[in-house]
Structures are given as C-alpha cells and as structure tokens.
Design a protein. Structure first.
Length: 359
C-alpha cells in the first residue's frame, strides 16, 4: 500500500496545457496560441538583459527594491504594498497558499483562467465555479455563491480566454458585498490594453479586501522572463512576503522588468497597434460570418457553428502553419482563441479562415 501521499486536492489537478509552439513537419510556424506580444519586448529591456549577464554570479535582490520602486512611480502606488513574483502565476499561487486551505472555498467564474482552479487545489482548498452570462463574469451569481467558507474570489478583468470584462461600478459593488473574510483578486494580465482602466489599482488602494495582480508577459512582451506583481493592503502583502521564496526572481528578470516598465512609450505604441488591428480583425471575422464578442485584450475568440467546425478550422489553420488555441478545457468547444498578431499576419489569417469557410 502506498503510504506516501500528496496533500488533498493535488491529484485532482489537471495539468496546465500551454499554447503549442510547434507543428510536426513544419519549421515555419506563426504562433498565436499564448497571447504573446508580436512586437516582442522594448529594446531597452533587451539591452538590460545583456548588461545583466555580467552579474550572473551574484544572487539577486531579495527585496526587489528597484523593480518595486519603478512600479510604484509608474502607477503612483506605495512601494511597500507591492510584491513581485515569477509571473502573475506565482502571485496567484501564493494567494491560494497563504489565504486558503482544506475546508475553504475559492471562487472563479465559468470561463475563468485555468490557474485559479489549479492553485486552489494545490492549496487543498475547494474550487467553486460560478456561471457567467454571455461569456462575461456576473457579479450577482458570484455574490450568491459566497459563503462563510469563501476565502478568495478570482476575476480576470478582462478575462482570458473570453476577452470580455465587467465595469468599475460592478467591481466596486462586488467588493462591497462579499463576506468580510473574503479577498477579491482582480487579475489585470490584460489591463494595459483597456482605455481608461487601471486594473482596479485605485480600488485596491482604498479597500483592504481587494488585491490586484499584473504581469510582464503580455503587453511588455516578456513571457519568457517570468515576472509579475501584485498590489494589496499592507497586511495581505506582509503575509504573502513570508511565503514567497527569497530569491524567486533572477538577476536578469529583475533588470529586464525594471527597464521594460520604465519604457511606457513602448507600451503605448504596442497598445495602439494591437487595439487597431484587433478591432479590424473582429469586424473582418464578423463579415466572414463568425460570431465574436468585443475583446478588451490582445486576443479574439471567434465562435463557430459547432465544435466540429472549430476543430476543422483549427486543423486547416495548422496545415497553413498557424497555431491558435482550442478552448474546450474552458468549456468553449465551439470557439478558437487567436492572439492578435501584426496587421499582415491577421490579414493572412482572415484569408485562410475565409478559404476554410467557403470550403
Ligand atoms: C488572465 C491571466 N492571468 C494570469 C496569467 C499568467 O501570466 P504570467 O504567469 O505569465 O504572468 C495569464 C497568462 O496567460 C492570464 O491569461
């Protein structure tokens, strides 16, 4: 009999499936499966990377002082309320580990990002899924599912893989109505793509029960560096810092993220390019006869007639060297999630999708 057993919940975890990056038999592929920035990182971040190579024998800073300082200046936040992690994935995991355990509930929504469930189970907490309305989080449904066991609520705003979002008034209402032992986590992985939206930072500044996570993997084009950060009340940050590994971020990761966040002109340029191409892409998909919600992110989610048509279109795109993302695991089997590439890539994609549809 096996006596060495993992903690409760661990064996219920379905392994996270990242976006594919290769197609067998093809050496030239266009990867549109992981919501990466097609323009890559700021040249200033690349330069910082090469300079950091001279200090690889040194341990990195445990306090992340320079990076937190840079974040605090850009977003006008107190530095001591910021924590940095190995991608926002690590912040999500630290939140679950620190604030939930066996017997506790962690809420996320029907088409919510996969790491919420994985991290809740890894902490032996019970994941609770809440129904969405038209592929959008519904605060009424969330409030109804709250109980004295609810410790965390995760909402990606905008959400992956739907690209939809709820407005500031709804977020505020939710924060005001959740139980007093519950922390509302607003995942702002795509917040930079939204006009006049701070990802909930202002609300988190003024409320002890709201926490915001952010990433360098999307608009900053640094998925390969693995850096994210979180912002919340002093007491939440104080607890998270005790659980975080002291050297979680490497010397290059810290240097590159600091250079990237200081280059807000580059972020602005990427946002403008992405949003213009995305909106053109969505209207072209609609003209081709596919339903598609407005997206507030750097990806789109066209819906096909049914699962079989989505599968066949995916195969057709693969035969032409394009890798997009199936989202069956998100309970969206009739859809494909496609990262917005540069304008030329999106024009080619539309032509291929049209070819497929007229078949
Ligand atoms: C909504 C959302 N949150 C968090 C993440 C995790 O990002 P990272 O760990 O690269 O910061 C992703 C990545 O796809 C995401 O889509």
């Amino acid at each position: 009999m096996v006596k060495i057993k993992p903690q409760p919940g661990i064996m219920k975890i379905d392994l996270y499936e990242g976006g594919a990056s290769q197609l067998s038999g093809q050496d030239q592929v266009v990867k549109l499966s992981s919501n990466e920035n097609p323009f890559g990182p700021s040249p200033k971040a690349v330069e910082a990377y090469s300079i950091s190579g001279k200090a690889l024998h040194r341990y990195p800073s445990t306090s992340h002082g320079h990076l937190r300082e840079a974040i605090s200046i850009i977003f006008d936040l107190p530095k001591e309320n910021i924590i940095c992690g190995v991608g926002s994935d690590e912040i999500i995991s630290l939140l679950c580990q620190t604030f939930s355990g066996q017997g506790d509930e962690v809420i996320y929504t029907e088409h919510g990002f996969a790491m919420y469930k994985i991290s809740a189970l890894a902490a032996s907490a019970h994941p609770v899924v809440v129904k969405e309305k038209n592929r959008t989080a519904d605060i009424k449904n969330i409030i109804e599912k709250c109980s004295e066991k609810t410790k965390l609520i995760f909402i990606a705003n905008p959400n992956n893989p739907t690209g939809t979002m709820i407005n500031y008034n709804e977020i505020q209402e939710l924060a005001a109505k959740i139980p007093e032992q519950t922390l509302l986590v607003l995942d702002g992985a795509y917040a930079e793509y939204v006009d006049d939206y701070d990802g909930g930072l202002q609300l988190a500044k003024n409320s002890n029960n709201v926490f915001v996570t952010r990433t360098f993997s999307k608009i900053y084009g640094l998925g390969g560096m693995r850096v994210g950060w979180g912002f919340g009340s002093k007491s939440v940050i104080d607890a998270l810092q005790r659980v975080r590994g002291p050297f979680n971020l490497s010397v290059p990761a810290l240097a590159v993220a600091e250079a990237a966040i200081k280059d807000q002109d580059y972020v602005k340029k990427c946002k403008e390019e992405n949003n213009a191409t995305r909106d053109w892409f969505i209207s072209s998909l609609r003209k081709s006869g596919l339903a598609c919600d407005n997206s507030f992110t750097n990806f789109v989610l066209p819906r096909f007639k049914n699962q079989s048509q989505a599968e066949l279109c995916d195969q057709y795109l693969q035969s032409k060297g394009f890798i997009v993302r199936r989202v069956d695991g998100y309970n969206l089997p009739d859809s494909l999630r496609i990262t917005v590439g540069n304008r030329k890539t999106c024009e080619r994609l539309i032509n291929i999708i049209d070819e497929f549809l007229v078949g």
